[in-house]
Design a protein around this ligand. Structure first.
Ligand code: PEP
Ligand code: MN
Length: 351
């Protein structure tokens, strides 16, 4: 059961609802949604109890959601959530616009960033990506530039006027990464890092939550619940491939998860065709398929010197491939009633 208190409700009124639920065998967790207190119980509760709770002081609405999901459920919010990145003038993920986010896997140096960013901006990317903190499988691989990488990414943000997304890997770094970027990325290896989810849930920044490479759709949505019940409703899910026995691709891109997640949740879903396939020649076809099956956008690795890339060069598109993909995407997104989100940047006319 979910109880949404009115914004004017007092702490006392919320406590009284909590007591009423506990007396009836429901054990709610207090959270926040859209500036109001919410009490969320794992147990679904009966209609009779819902009616009694609805009559209590300060209650705005009571939602009975079947299944394990609560705030991420379409029962809580039937309409598609639109996540505004960087305020009302920035891209909106989950609306009519199909948002393409592009950039290198890792921030390496200023020249690399400027070259790659110029390339993706001139082809119409609406947002920039680049990892400063890299969660690498091997401790001997390039771990990212850390704080220095954040500064290089922020420099591209102010140079181009486009919003940036970057990964955060520890709870302690959330505040700093949120200050220097427009959207936090939680990677596949951290999908169930609950301390990190809680901290990102307290942040005011939108969060892109990648699916764990061995996570079920239900586990993925419950990870999003952690973010939402801490008060962050600006959550975007990202399908990035799951582990299977197949070795010709890096992971197995589960596009059925996109359609299924969109049925189960009001949150937007984007697709990462780069980390999932690990092969540049598959990025194009999978991007078109993602758009066709209802994804709200793409997160794509682009590098202008892939051979020299410090991270994931083998899966990056070059500038020509990315430009061609952006052209191919247009008719596909239009066929499903969308448009390619246009970047809003004064810098565009100069590239
Ligand atoms: C990334 O996007 O840079 C990344 C590390 O992806 P994933 O968490 O999906 O492996
Ligand atoms: Mn990568």
């Amino acid at each position: 059961m979910i109880v949404v208190m009115s914004r004017e409700a007092t702490q006392d009124q919320a406590e009284r609802v909590g007591t009423l639920l506990r007396e009836n065998g429901l054990y709610p967790v207090f959270g926040a949604s859209d500036g109001a207190t919410v009490l969320v119980a794992e147990e679904s509760g009966t209609r009779e109890l819902a009616t009694a709770v609805q009559a209590a002081g300060g209650v705005d609405r009571v939602v009975l959601a079947p299944g394990p999901q609560r705030l991420t459920s379409r029962h809580f919010s039937p309409h598609d959530t639109r996540v505004a990145v960087a305020g009302p003038d920035g891209p909106i993920i989950g609306g009519k616009g199909f948002v393409v986010i592009a950039g290198p896997c890792a921030v390496e140096n200023q020249q690399q960033m400027t070259t790659v960013v110029d390339t993706v901006v001139s082809s119409g990317a609406a947002m920039l990506r680049g990892g400063a903190f890299k969660p690498r499988t091997s401790p001997y691989s390039f771990q990212g530039l850390g704080v220095a990488g954040l500064a290089l990414l922020a420099e591209q943000r102010s140079r181009t006027g486009l919003p940036v997304i970057t990964e955060v890997v520890t709870p302690e770094d959330v505040e700093r990464v949120a200050e220097e970027s427009d959207m936090l990325q939680i990677g596949t290896r951290n999908m169930q890092n609950f301390a990190l989810l809680r901290e990102a849930g307290k942040s005011q920044r939108p969060v892109l939550l990648k699916r764990g490479m061995a996570a079920t759709i239900e586990e993925w949505l419950l990870a999003a619940e952690y973010l939402m019940h801490m008060g962050n409703g600006d959550v975007v899910l990202c399908e990035r491939g799951i582990r299977s026995y197949e070795r010709s691709t890096r992971f197995t891109l589960d596009l059925s998860a996109v359609a299924e997640a969109k049925r189960l949740t009001h949150l937007p879903v984007v697709v990462d065709p780069s980390h999932s396939t690990g092969r540049p020649h598959l990025v194009g076809p999978m991007s078109l398929a993602a758009a066709a099956c209802g994804a709200d956008g793409l997160l794509i690795d682009v590098h202008t010197d892939a051979q020299a890339a410090l991270c994931d060069g083998a899966q990056a598109l070059d500038g020509t491939q990315f430009a061609a993909l952006m052209e191919q995407l247009k008719p596909v997104v239009e066929a499903v009633g969308r448009t390619l989100a246009q970047p809003r940047s004064p810098y565009l006319t100069q590239v």
